[in-house]
Design a protein around this ligand. Structure first.
Ligand SMILES: Nc1ncnc2c1ncn2[C@@H]1O[C@H](COP(=O)(O)OP(=O)(O)OP(=O)(O)O)[C@@H](O)[C@H]1O
Ligand SMILES: [Mg+2]
Length: 267
């Protein structure tokens, strides 16, 4: 739809966060929500950011999605430095490059499932015919064609989140940011939403999610932990240590690969 999307993807990471800090000031109190955080995410990677409540996950995701700006540091999406963007460029970024999925779905209550998806396309300037076709395609993708005309209150939580995923994908974003997308769902429904995001990342879309969900932590490509606003080195952190990743993460897989055939992987 946009010229940018038809150009070849630039070399380098899809997301490059360099030494980003964000402080909130409430009266005389300062909250250092994100402190000197850095990370790189490769194209098509599915990354989970974990950490205790208040550790800065949402703040960092909002900065990566262009919903908020850092006080210092740089953020590059697909090679473009969005931390230098003004309001107009940030609006364009949110319309065309990034899709956002919220914990509480964030659908407009008076619009049907199809209208919620179509609105994202309308805002991005797609024509009537394209909007209709793409909306049908997206609802098919998330398995909600029979619910197209239902309003959010006529849908289950999992179905609402599927509409939200369809909406986030409406403008073929290169990056999807999902802040606790399974947080309000039961484990089976949460696993289905995870699977949907997994398929999105398999198509080459970079997916970054903040999560407390053990299933998601176990099955993403990589997990990074935040603690007190800081991004810990890969493999470190209490949530990572408590999860199965400590046993089945990249280091464990490497050990398994270097073991001679037939020998059991060391614990
Ligand atoms: N707009 C704001 N104004 C002031 N303080 C804020 C604001 N947003 C977040 N904070 C504070 O910044 C810190 C980080 O919050 P953030 O929402 O990023 O945490 P989180 O890791 O997403 O937590 P959770 O797992 O509970 O969602 C918290 O101490 C929070 O109270
Ligand atoms: Mg949060």
């Amino acid at each position: 739809m946009t010229a940018a999307r038809t150009q070849p993807a630039p070399a380098g990471p899809a997301v490059d966060v360099r030494d980003v800090s964000r402080t909130f000031r409430l009266g005389s109190t300062e909250v250092h929500a994100v402190r000197h955080a850095s990370l790189e995410v490769t194209r098509g990677e599915f990354l989970a950011i974990v950490g205790r409540s208040g550790s800065g996950k949402t703040t960092l995701l909002n900065i990566i999605a262009g919903l908020d700006q850092p006080d210092s540091g740089q953020v590059f999406l697909e090679g473009h430095e969005i931390s230098r963007y003004g309001d107009r460029e940030l609006t364009e970024l949110r319309r065309h490059t990034v899709g956002f999925v919220f914990q509480s779905f964030g659908l407009l209550p008076l619009l049907s499932a199809a209208e919620n998806v179509e609105l994202a396309l309308r805002i991005a300037g797609a024509g009537v015919r394209e909007r209709g076709e793409r909306t049908r395609e997206l609802l098919e993708l998330v398995g909600l064609t029979p619910r197209s005309n239902h309003r959010p209150y006529e849908l289950s939580g999992g179905e609402q989140q599927r509409v939200a995923v369809a909406r986030a994908l409406a403008n073929s974003p290169k990056i999807v940011i999902a802040d606790e997308p399974t947080g309000e769902l039961d484990s089976t429904t949460g696993a289905q939403i995870f699977q949907l995001l997994r398929e999105v990342s398999a198509q080459g879309v970079t997916v970054i999610t903040a999560t407390h969900d053990p299933f998601v932590i176990e099955h993403v490509d990589r997990v990074l932990e935040m603690s007190d606003g800081e991004m810990l080195p890969e493999g470190q952190g209490v949530v990572v240590a408590q999860s199965g990743r400590a046993r089945s993460g990249p280091a464990a897989r490497e050990r398994a690969q270097t073991s001679p055939p037939g020998s059991p992987a060391r614990p």
